[in-house]
Ligand binder design. Structure first.
Ligand code: F6R
Length: 607
């Protein structure tokens, strides 16, 4: 949430900052700004998108200077407006700051600064940092930053410039992501790699409260006692093209299309000779046999992947699985026992609630296995073991390939644990691996239904409410299908366990209400057909998703989308595809900005 960039080098900073911010726009897009040091610090900022900022900078004839910081905002404190946009400057103009995160004690600090004569221009928490920095400034940026860090509470990725220091930017992070891009005669700060990938593939990752002194020819990282810290240089393994639209209108469509490859890349390296190898996850067979309970913790779509995981792991491995929303888990004093394991799922690896839940579980001495897409992210680094989803960069705010690869890892964990615990035979594991192998090819087939789904989207894009129903794993899939639809098309949608409908919600079904019935579980198929009859009897229009060959549902539903026949446990990977495409084309029909839905941002780094 919110993207920040920083540049210092020999080139004009403004175009580099704006280009970088464009690559981070998925992190927040309600306002944006840059500050560039030329003769003094020039700040240009505006409410609106990066394109608006670009236009404003152009209209000023550019902003000259070779050092600067920039920000694209997802508002937390203070509505999106020119004045609340970052960068923020101290009253006297000496200090300029960009910030991603929340300063929780800003009200007390503001009151204290006001008593000392500081006057505030914005409603933001960030302005406090600029003023506080100015208050403590003693000519030494690092000393001052340490004093500021000692006073502020909350989460932050901060980059700071001072009119009296023409050759350095200082930065620090805590619970908000930040990396340092390493160039030749130039260096960068960024919230995420795409912002700097055009210029460098080498970067440093920062731990909490590590202080960066960024100069043209050097990067120094210090701890809070000003001791220098030596860092490993990370190298990005993917190319800039992976973070570009590549001819598609939207990243979301590109990422839907990339799912066969993403799933292949996630599954294949972990299968050899009919067995599953979970990277260097340090679980012995004895450890796996001793697991008492698994707690899966995540937010949003990752939580939905966790619900699929519950069904799969409980059935394959007979281990009780609880699935928790991270924002609930962290505050509910969870009961964790010695032989419990936490599986933390997060595409970005930076989601604030998920990271806090991880820390709570760790504090209680529980072993953490994380499923993460972004290599080296905070969640990955703080876990005991990591399984990466090899989805590549995901830019669209609504996840598609991130979710699918998380689900794929749920299968591998379920199968591996089930085999080791003796609940599935080696022969059955190898049969199921054979099925997993076919998923990418089946997904390609479903992607070929794009045209038909586009027609359905045209017919239904004016719906006011949509209900998505399913049982078992199909219910988990419905939750994700419903979230996809509502978040990008703004149509009210609810997922329901089909058996629950008649306990209340069926009263909302009336003539023409669209119901999507996910009916891909063999043992629950007939029950779903009955549920379809019940909603049809009340006037619903039903689009069903069923397995090829299960044609009876065609006699009751208005339309059926058929998915290839796979084991019930693996259907979530297939029925996600038509639901993603449906959500995408409904949103297009409604003229929505698919990649940047209103009020949202990718990577939720604030609570
Ligand atoms: C929805 C979506 C979100 C994320 C959630 C968790 O399409 O993308 O619900 O799944 O914010 O994000 P990560 O996986 O980065 O922790």
């Amino acid at each position: 949430m919110c993207g920040i960039v920083g540049y210092i080098g020999g080139n004009e900073a403004a175009p580099i900052l704006i280009k970088g911010l464009k690559k981070l726009e998925y992190r927040g897009y309600d306002s944006a700004g840059i500050a560039v040091y030329g003769d003094s610090i020039n700040v240009v900022k505006t409410k609106g998108r990066l394109a608006d900022l670009d236009e404003k900078v152009q209209s000023l004839g550019g902003v000259k200077g070779t050092m600067g910081i920039g920000h694209t905002r997802w508002a937390t404190h203070g509505a999106p407006s020119d004045v609340n946009s970052h960068p923020h400057t101290s009253m006297n103009g000496r200090i300029t700051v960009v910030h991603n995160g929340i300063i929780e004690n800003y009200i007390q600090l503001k009151a204290e600064l006001e008593k000392n004569g500081y006057v505030f221009a914005s409603e933001t928490d960030t302005e406090v940092v600029a003023q506080l920095f100015d208050y403590y400034y003693n000519g030494d940026m690092v000393d001052t930053l340490i004093k500021v860090i000692e006073r502020i509470r909350g989460s932050y990725a901060l980059a700071v410039m001072c009119t009296e220091k023409t050759d350095e930017i200082v930065a620090v992070r805590k619970d908000s992501p930040m990396l340092i891009g390493l160039g030749e005669g130039e260096n960068y700060i960024a919230s995420d790699i795409p912002a700097v990938l055009e210029y460098t593939k080498n970067y440093y990752l920062l731990n909490d409260n590590e202080i960066v002194v960024l100069k043209k020819d050097s990067v120094k990282i210090l701890d809070m006692n000003k001791n220098e810290i030596k860092k490993d240089v990370y190298n990005v393994t993917w190319d800039i093209s992976a973070a570009e639209k590549g001819g598609y209108d939207y990243f979301m469509l590109k990422e839907i299309m990339e799912q066969p490859k993403a799933i292949k890349d996630t599954i294949h390296p972990r299968i050899a000779d009919g067995t599953i190898k979970l990277d260097d996850v340090k679980y012995t067979d004895e450890d796996i046999k001793n697991i008492n309970r698994i707690h899966i913790i995540a937010c949003g779509s990752a939580y939905h992947a966790g619900i699929v995981g519950k069904y799969v792991i409980e059935d394959f491995a007979r281990i009780p699985v609880e699935v928790d929303l991270a924002s609930e888990f962290r505050y509910r004093n969870p009961i964790l026992n010695k032989n419990d394991v936490c599986i933390i799922i997060s595409q970005s690896g930076e989601t604030a609630d998920t990271l806090a839940a991880l820390r709570e579980a760790k504090r209680q001495g529980i072993r953490i296995l994380s499923i993460v897409n972004v290599v080296g992210s905070s969640i990955a680094r703080e876990s005991d073991d990591v399984l990466y989803t090899w989805a590549g960069p995901e830019i669209a705010v609504a996840t598609t390939k991130g979710y699918s690869t998380q689900v794929a890892l749920m299968y591998l964990i379920g199968l591996k644990f089930g085999q080791v615990r003796g609940y599935i035979s080696d022969e059955r594991v190898s049969e199921l691996i054979g099925e997993l192998d076919k998923l990418p090819e089946y997904i390609e087939k479903l992607i070929d239904l794009e045209k038909d789904i586009k027609v359905m989207a045209k017919e239904h894009h004016n719906s006011n409410d949509v209900f998505i129903i399913g049982r078992g794993i199909d219910y988990a899939a419905s939750l994700e299908g419903s979230l996809k639809l509502k978040e990008i098309s703004y149509i009210h949608s609810e997922a329901y366990a089909a058996g629950e409908l008649k306990h209340g919600t069926i009263s909302l079904i009336e003539d023409g209400t669209l119901v999507v019935a996910v009916a891909t579980q063999d043992n629950l198929y007939e029950k779903l057909v009955s549920n379809v009859k019940e909603v049809k009897a009340r006037g619903a229009y039903v689009i069903a998703i069923a397995k090829e060959g299960n044609t009876e549902i065609g006699e009751v539903a208005d339309k059926v989308i058929y998915i290839p026949h796979v084991d019930d446990k693996f259907t979530a990977s297939l029925n996600a595809i038509p639901m993603q495409l449906f959500a995408y084309y409904v949103a297009i029909e409604r003229g929505c900005d698919v990649d940047k839905p209103r009020n949202l941002a990718k990577s939720v780094t604030v609570e």
